[in-house]
Design a protein around this ligand. Structure first.
Ligand code: CTP
Ligand code: CA
Length: 229
């Protein structure tokens, strides 16, 4: 199964992993959010740490225990996550964007709670696009040889959409999960294929998110300069 599981093959490697799902404020008590549980990102952080990496986990609205030996930092919105990722990327060898980042946020956050008024329909919530963190990190490459990994959940044309997305983002690896029919979101198991910038695709064995994570780290490890595996 995973080559490096149970070894210290990531010793000395600095990684930043984002996990969970961002929340975009509407008013002081409401937000736009998504169903990401954070499990895959937490599993990636935990397995990297177990393999000797120095791990910073940027956790967006996740209710899971902190993984052992991981520096966990909490963020809420996409823009906060962007700041934290860019700060972490400045010194990281590997950046993994496992978080579900809200594509849009409300244009304005009202200072007061939006109240209902009998007989009137509420004003529509105007949305603006959030920054694309993965594309930015991939483009900037804060350090030479930095490895950038993205995630994508697709329901249809999984491979075609994944390839187009990898090209659009400019990352090195894209882990594509097939979702729908209750797969991936909130479940312990995962089914994925990893696409590489060189055009290869590697099937990940179906299994617990920890095993998926170890297989992703195997692929990352082969791209780290000096790796002999
Ligand atoms: N991502 C990001 N910043 C965003 C949106 C997405 O960094 N504003 C990252 C996610 O963390 C993930 C990857 O990009 O690693 C793919 O996210 P996905 O939502 O599948 O891609 P999008 O470009 O937003 O495309 P879609 O229209 O399919 O949502
Ligand atoms: Ca998206």
């Amino acid at each position: 199964l995973a080559r490096g599981a149970g070894t210290a093959d990531l010793a000395g490697v600095r990684v930043v992993v984002s996990a969970g799902g961002t929340r975009e404020a509407i008013d002081p008590v409401r937000f736009l959010g998504n169903r990401s549980s954070g499990r895959q990102g937490y599993a990636l952080a935990a397995t990297a740490a177990a393999r000797g990496a120095s791990v910073t986990l940027l956790s967006a609205n996740v209710e899971l225990p902190d993984p052992a030996g991981v520096d966990v930092r909490r963020v809420t919105s996409a823009r906060e996550l962007r700041e934290a990722v860019l700060e972490g990327a400045a010194t990281a060898d590997v950046v993994v964007m496992a978080a579900a980042v809200a594509d849009f946020r409300p244009d304005t956050v009202t200072a007061s709670k939006i109240k209902k008024t009998a007989g009137t329909t509420p004003a529509p919530i105007a949305l603006v696009e959030n920054p694309d963190i993965l594309a930015e990190v991939s483009r900037e490459r804060a350090r030479p040889g930095q490895i950038v990994v993205g995630f994508a959940a697709e329901t249809d044309n999984v491979l075609d959409n994944g390839r187009a997305k990898l090209a659009r983002k400019g990352c090195d690896l894209l882990v594509v999960n097939q979702v729908g029919d209750g797969r991936a979101f909130g479940t312990a198991d995962n089914q994925a294929v990893v696409l590489t910038a060189e055009g290869a695709s590697v099937e990940i064995e179906r299994g617990p998110k920890e095993d998926v994570a170890d297989q992703v780290w195997d692929l990352v490890a082969t791209r780290i300069p000096g790796d002999t595996g």
